[in-house]
Design a protein around this ligand. Structure first.
Ligand code: GTP
Length: 597
């Protein structure tokens, strides 16, 4: 295809602002998908995405479109993942485009995540086409939000397009504006091939399907290619485009977007951001921007039934085929038995993985409280990277570093006070504040990642009646006054409950955890002290008093069947007990104590 007739673009939008509906409408208007075959939300494929209303994996679809100038253009719509944990994947999708449609709900206005992705698109020098969607809604305020968008990107309110993805109004004009405003791709046709991987998906039947954007040269079927980050080489078994079903073609040239299949079985061998070149005539330099996926949040995953351990291992291996960011290694906990310490990009990534393990593999799991990765420098100049609080080094510590994030909060200005209060409680540092319009404000904070991975978003939502939105990205590390708090039952530390917290919060954590456990652990034949300790210093203590009474004492003799029932119940309950030293702890206690509320 002549690059002059190619337009590569993506849609930047907040969840529910109508990205999928708009994409579907474009496919329908251009005849790519016939009305009767039109499956709602063509681009979102995984059930779990649909259910939670999020797009996890980006893909591309080719749309032929005859514009007002009577030329037929090839529009490649690259779908971007919608959640904050997948910032890197978003950045690669953007890097594969020359332009972006900034889609904003005309009844809601722009949200933090959209703004963050917009800034990323601007950094990548993309042409931005601002669009208000849902103008058919009675609650739409196109004037107000056109003004807001114009202010943010520096255009005239009249430049903001207005569409209804639902009715189709304005969508054809939008397609024409995409052709008119977004530049054609540029690259060197005769140069050695360079293509950027912007997505990589594992398919049970076809192996890994790698989505690429060709920058220079050409990729052809049967050609041997090389991954520039690892130097591994593969043969292209199939090359094609999604229109929207996979369709083979005889190669991809400058500016083209499509997929290749090489027979590799694991997305780790075909990583997002990597550059593909030709083995026989390799390019000298990689395309810029490649990053190794880096897990930021760790949690222990344990099967509730110990016999499920091999099933859990298989399940994690299967998920890993399609998830280059998921890492795991076996771990043993005195309290929880055999499990895995797993690393994730963020809390949502953790939740999705956990939900898939439970649903697709039918596993019941306990997950330990998520923690970030700490770097500990010792006085003897050794260094430890701590991904599990129970492995916090003993000995003389010189300094502890924790990961930080740059967070953006958008909110109606009425809630500035509440947001500042919350961010202060979470050790945040206000970097700046801007009014987007008269009554909406953007606040920028630097916060410790540990303070937001837990329940920050829930608190933000409840304190702003659901109006605030949040986005964040990692931004280096900072030294902090952190300590490890251990929880001891009868003097024995329970590994699953150890936590690394800020010094000022150690006491609260200790008091809350010991109280919780006192309520959850049943009385035993002997007294059980529950203590919270920092090193050798006890900072909180509760007692579970001893029972002497036989369980049957309650039954006053008489009723035999009731007695039997009680005994059986007790036996059943026993099965789900874990021994911590001499103390019997019901599994339920661990689950409840580790749950987030
Ligand atoms: P994710 O894929 O979850 O990120 O969401 P999305 O941004 O793709 O939103 P989606 O297309 O699923 O639309 C969200 C809701 O808005 C759906 O219920 C749509 O039917 C509705 N919607 C989308 N566009 C319009 C529109 O132009 N008018 C009206 N009234 N509703 C719309």
């Amino acid at each position: 295809t002549d690059p002059a007739l190619i337009r590569n673009f993506c849609i930047i939008a907040h969840i529910d602002h109508g990205k999928s509906t708009l994409a579907d409408r474009m496919l329908q208007i251009t005849g790519v998908v016939e009305d009767r075959q039109m499956r709602a939300q063509y681009l979102d494929r995984m059930d779990i995405e649909r259910e939670r209303g999020i797009t996890i994996k980006s893909q591309a679809v080719r749309i032929p479109f005859t514009a007002l100038d009577d030329n037929t253009y090839t529009l490649d719509l690259i779908d971007t993942p919608g959640h904050v944990d997948f910032t890197y994947e978003v950045s690669r999708s953007l890097a594969a485009c020359e332009g972006a449609v900034l889609l904003v709900d005309a009844a809601q206005g722009i949200e933090a995540q959209t703004l963050a992705n917009l800034y990323m698109a601007l950094e990548n020098d993309l042409t931005i086409i601002p669009v208000l969607n849902k103008i058919d809604l009675p609650a739409a305020q196109p004037e107000k939000y056109a003004e807001e968008l114009a202010g943010i990107i520096g255009c005239e309110p009249s430049d903001v397009l207005r569409v209804s993805a639902k009715t189709g109004e304005g969508v054809e004009e939008l397609l024409n504006e995409i052709v008119r405003q977004i530049p054609q791709p540029v690259g060197e046709a005769e140069a050695p091939a360079r293509a950027m991987i912007f997505d990589s998906v594992y398919d049970t039947y076809r192996g890994v399907v790698t989505y690429v954007r060709v920058v220079d040269g050409r990729l052809s079927p049967r050609e041997r290619i090389q991954m520039m980050s690892t130097r591994a080489s593969h043969e292209i078994l199939e090359i094609g485009v999604s229109s929207p079903e996979p369709t083979k073609c005889d190669g991809l040239g400058v500016g083209e977007v499509g997929y290749i299949i090489t027979g590799v079985k694991d997305v780790r061998q075909s990583k997002v951001g990597d550059t593909i070149t030709s083995l026989n005539r390799p390019a000298t330099g990689m395309l810029s921007g490649y990053q190794e996926p880096k897990p930021m949040v760790f949690s222990g995953l344990y099967p509730i039934e110990g016999t499920d351990y091999p099933v859990l291992r298989d399940a994690l291996e299967k998920l890993q085929l399609n998830d280059a960011a998921l890492v795991f290694e076996p771990e043993t906990s005195a309290a929880l038995g055999f499990g895995f310490r797993c690393g994730f990009l963020g809390l949502l990534h953790l939740e999705i993985t956990r939900a898939r393990l439970e649903r697709e593999f039918n596993l019941d799991l306990i997950s330990t409280a998520p923690n970030v990765v700490y770097r500990v420098e010792m006085e003897d100049a050794t260094e430890h990277v701590v991904t599990n609080p129970s492995e916090f080094p003993a000995g003389k510590i010189a300094a502890i570093y924790e990961p930080m994030v740059k967070a953006t909060v958008l909110s109606p200005s009425d809630y500035i006070g509440q947001i500042m209060e919350l961010c202060q409680e979470r050790r945040g540092d206000l970097q700046g504040m801007d009014y987007l319009s008269e009554d909406r404000v953007e606040m920028r904070y630097i916060l410790p990642m540990a303070e937001i991975v837990f329940d920050f978003f829930d608190h933000l939502k409840s304190r702003t009646k659901g109006y605030a939105s949040l986005d964040y990205e990692p931004t280096g590390e900072q030294q902090a006054d952190l300590v490890k708090v251990d929880i001891l039952l009868q003097g024995e530390a329970v590994d699953a409950f150890s936590a690394i917290v800020h010094k000022d919060k150690a006491y609260t954590y200790g008091v809350e955890m010991t109280k919780k456990l006192r309520e959850l652990i049943p009385r035993q034949q002997f007294e059980v002290p529950i203590q919270a300790a920092v090193g050798a210093r006890v900072i909180a203590r509760e007692n579970i008093r001893a029972i002497r009474k036989d369980v049957l004492a309650k039954c006053y003799g008489g009723d035999i069947s009731r007695k039997r029932k009680l005994l059986e119940k007790q036996k059943e309950g026993k099965k789900r007990m874990k021994m911590v030293g001499r103390v019997e702890v019901p599994q339920e206690a661990f689950i409840s104590a580790l749950s987030t509320d």
